[in-house]
Write a protein that binds this ligand. Structure first.
Ligand SMILES: O=C(O)CCC(=O)C(=O)O
Ligand SMILES: [Fe+2]
Length: 202
């Protein structure tokens, strides 16, 4: 009997209850991480993110992009985006992530943080367009950043660092019971790109 079938089974659940988060560490070599950072920085159609909150239009400094297998509509913060068609680089990264996680994905939300001044506030990714309790795989390129989870009822927190080229997977009831955020950190001057591979319910 093999003690461990594959790498993913060696990763422990970072959450104590109500969800599953696996941190796989570095999926990409430093060279691959740099290569994809540069390619995505150049080739992705980055746009400032817009949110409509309490009747106000908010434009973030952080840039975003939404890609997928079909022009899926994705609505969050009262804004709807339509997915652009996969690029060669995104398909290559998706294949690596699917192989490692034994999950499949049909779309990807990308975020570009120009420096540590930009982050993302507490939220969960449970929009109605997404498959309920579907896995979300997060691949990080560029600067290493802190990432945090907070339980919606107990306030319990879990933090970790997302290394360059690393993979993190959130699944099960994580989005129902936990919030997550990317805190800003003034000390970090380097940019970061994050890709979250997701499944839109068809
Ligand atoms: O940048 C990150 O690591 C997280 C991004 C995120 O939570 C999201 O896009 O929903
Ligand atoms: Fe998120």
């Amino acid at each position: 009997m093999k003690l461990f079938e594959d790498f993913s089974e060696r990763t422990v659940n970072l959450l104590p209850k109500d969800g599953i988060v696996h941190y796989y560490g570095k999926l990409l070599t430093p060279e691959q991480a740099d290569f994809y950072f540069c390619r995505l920085f150049e080739a992705i159609e980055w746009k400032n993110d817009e949110a409509h909150v309490f009747g106000k239009r908010i434009v973030t400094k952080r840039k975003v992009a939404w890609y997928g297998e079909k022009p899926y509509a994705y609505t969050y913060s009262n804004t709807t985006k339509y997915a652009l068609c996969w690029t060669k680089e995104l398909l290559a990264l998706k294949a690596m992530v699917e192989k490692e996680t034994h999950e499949t994905f049909n779309s990807c939300l990308l975020n570009l943080y120009h420096s540590g001044k930009e982050g993302m506030a507490w939220h969960s990714d449970a929009e109605k367009d997404l498959k309920k309790d579907g896995a979300i795989a997060s691949l990080s390129l560029g600067a290493e950043r802190k990432f945090a989870f907070k339980h919606k009822q107990t306030g319990e927190k879990k933090e970790l660092f997302l290394e360059r080229g690393s993979l993190l997977v959130m699944k099960g009831t994580t989005q129902t019971y936990w919030l997550h955020r990317l805190p800003a950190s003034k000390r970090i001057i380097a940019p970061r790109i994050n890709l979250t591979f997701r499944t839109i319910e068809e």
